[in-house]
Unconditional design. Structure first.
Length: 586
RNA sequence: CGGGGAGUGGCGCAGCGGCAGCGUACCUGGUUUGGGACCAGGGGGUCGGGGGUUCAAAUCCCCCCUCCCCGACCA
């Protein structure tokens, strides 16, 4: 492609509303343009990057035997009512009403894929099967931000596996997980498949594919010793807490006044008992399960609580219904007698003096001991993991890594099949059976931004060759001014193309500084510069964008050198950690 | 949805009661061509929208819209 013809203009300055570096660079380099909040157009360069990423996904998904389909963007709302997701996904659903009735723009496609394949996967003989699509989706995100990283309209590659049994589902999951590892290896960015929280879907194992990035909205816990890694919502810490050895005084009450938070209570209490810190306090969080039964979660006062599965936090208004629950002064004492289940973090050990709310407004208790002054029905992993916590596998210190979620694989099991009557096939015995499903999503349109976010420098973008819009950026210095040099450049351009090299040719009549700076901004991995000086000497300058390494190449060898350099760059997986990826327990 | 900030030419910004400006980008001519050159000329803006105050509003007041940031939310 000749840049004089290319629909894109580089900008010296990014729009002021572009906050994320990836957003700024992608706009400045002419890859994308913002149309509305969270809604973007792709210019030719940006689309080529998308196509490269899609191509990688297609290859790796196809290699597992998955088959590409295309599901509708506009879906009848009845499909969504069947799974109750008109309610559970209400906030992101975009509804449209047309003559034909009520519809939604698909934010995801579980319902649609089941409706699509049910008659074609009607027998156990048709299973297993995996289909996938690369589709535009729409979610009315509460807050689109960071350019392409969080948008309302986005492109996703989503695969769905259908199996006759849980074991078969696990095999399908493993195959797709393997494809994901290959896809991310080829994208050339550092990534970690981490254990993830199943969310409301439930299901067995699921993984998120996380790319560490300063702008990331997610965190995962990483143990560099044993390789344990889990999303912060799913991460656990070691349960190895020995009982304390304090000589615990009898429990006593203390008037603390209007101190409904841990910090405010400690501020008062520490005046008389300076040794008592937030960590020595029990934070009691009131929960309710699906049936409305109450439970109490106990965590140390300096930690954030991780709500155990099956429970929801009590709403502020709910407290009015229970006079023994004083918001801000709740404690575990006497809860067993009231039939309230007490679940404690493993760190709430006996033999230690705890401070707690006294279940009485404006009062706390001191020197409460677990098992002596209050019962614990059950222990759980109830705290949100933080930097320095001990790894649950090997007890080494873990760190939290800030990252962007780039992909997510789920074992859905029967979650949707149970809700959708048509999700059935005839089993070997002739009876109706439900599909065991898996779903696998990669944020295609998020990835150019993810790559840009982790692969750039002060001069601009640095594309891995696998996703770069072009492989070679041919820069002609003094094109239109120096006939001899221009002729050489034209010849090189034609020659590279005829050898199958994807080449962007800067044939613009601009000063050399502009063109070289633009080449760095666009970030194509191999730059070839030809100008009057070099042509006189019989050489072109070949520069690798990533390393900045330059070398003079005789004009007659440029094409060959480009081809071998491309091959070398394709050979390298720029980032690879030993043991990462392949191993996991499905 | 709560809090904060901003809307002036494609992009970045100044102007803050008295003729709508600068840089960049764009067009024409000329000089220049190995790291964002220079000279001369030129085109382009309902100053986010509506209402009000005023002899006069980009500027002051009211309402609305949009965008950005922080938070809440995030199968």
């Amino acid at each position: 492609m000749r840049m004089t013809r290319l629909v894109a203009k580089t900008l010296r300055e990014a729009p002021s509303d572009a906050e994320a570096i990836s957003h700024q660079l992608l706009v400045r380099a002419g890859f994308i343009r913002r149309i509305s909040s969270g809604i973007y157009s792709y210019l030719p360069l940006g689309l080529r990057v998308l196509r490269k990423i899609e191509g990688i996904v297609r290859q790796e998904f196809d290699a597992t035997g998955a088959q590409e389909v295309l599901l509708p963007t506009v879906q009848p709302i009845e499909l969504w009512e069947e799974t109750n997701r008109t309610v559970t996904m209400n906030d992101v659903l975009m509804r449209v009403e047309i003559r034909g009735g009520k519809f939604v723009l698909g934010p995801t496609h579980e319902e649609a894929v089941i409706a699509t394949v049910t008659q074609d996967l009607a027998s156990y003989r048709d299973l297993p099967a995996t289909v996938y699509q690369i589709q535009t989706k729409f979610r009315d995100e509460a807050r689109p931000r960071f350019g392409l990283l969080r948008t309302r309209e986005f492109i996703m590659a989503d695969a769905y596996s259908f199996d006759p049994s849980q074991e078969a589902m696990r095999a399908s999951y493993k195959a797709l997980y393997g494809a994901y590892v290959k896809v991310f290896d080829r994208l050339g960015v550092e990534y970690y498949p981490v254990e993830a929280d199943a969310g409301s879907i439930g299901g067995d194992v699921n993984h998120e594919f996380m790319v560490p990035a300063a702008i990331g909205e997610d965190y995962f816990a990483l143990c560099r010793d044993c390789g344990y890694k889990a999303n912060i919502e799913a991460a656990r810490r070691s349960r190895d807490f020995a009982p304390g050895t304090d000589v615990v005084a009898p429990m006593s009450e203390i008037y603390t006044g209007e101190t409904p938070t841990v910090d405010s209570a400690i501020a008062i209490i520490s005046k008389t008992r300076p040794e008592i810190t937030a960590a020595a306090m029990i934070k009691s969080i009131v929960l309710k399960d699906e049936k409305g039964a109450l439970a109490l979660a106990l965590v140390p006062g300096d930690r954030k609580v991780r709500i155990p599965p099956g429970y929801k936090p009590f709403e502020r208004e709910d407290f009015a219904d229970y006079d023994f629950l004083n918001l801000g002064f709740v404690g575990p004492m006497g809860m067993a007698e009231r039939g309230i289940r007490v679940i404690a973090d493993y760190s709430i050990v006996a033999g230690k003096a705890w401070t707690s709310g006294a279940n009485k407004k404006d009062f706390h208790v001191l020197d409460a001991e677990a098992m002596r002054d209050f019962e614990i029905d059950e222990f759980g992993d109830l705290v949100v993991v933080q930097d320095g916590d001990a790894c649950p596998n090997c007890s080494a210190s873990m760190e939290l890594v800030r990252s962007v979620e780039a992909g997510h694989t789920f074992q859905l099991g029967l979650y949707y099949s149970e809700k959708i009557a048509s999700a059935r096939f005839s089993g070997e015995d002739g009876a109706d059976s439900m599909y065991y499903m898996g779903c696998y999503g990669i944020g295609i349109s998020r990835l150019p931004a993810v790559v840009a976010e982790v692969s750039h420098d002060n001069a601009g973008l640095i594309w891995p060759i696998t996703v770069s819009p072009y492989q070679v950026h041919l820069v002609a210095i003094a094109y239109g001014r120096d006939a001899a040099a221009a002729a050489v450049a034209d010849e090189l351009y034609a020659s590279l193309q005829s050898h199958g090299v994807e080449v962007l040719f800067d044939d613009r009549d601009l000063g050399p500084g502009v063109k070289l700076n633009d080449a760095d901004l666009l970030g194509i991995p191999i730059q070839v510069v030809v100008g009057p000086k070099g042509v006189t000497a019989g050489v072109a300058d070949l520069k690798l964008r990533a390393s900045g390494a330059k070398s003079d190449v005789p004009l007659g060898e440029v094409v060959e050198r480009c081809k071998t350099t491309i091959a070398e760059l394709l050979e390298v997986v720029p980032w690879k950690v030993g043991g990462r990826g392949a191993e996991f327990e499905a």
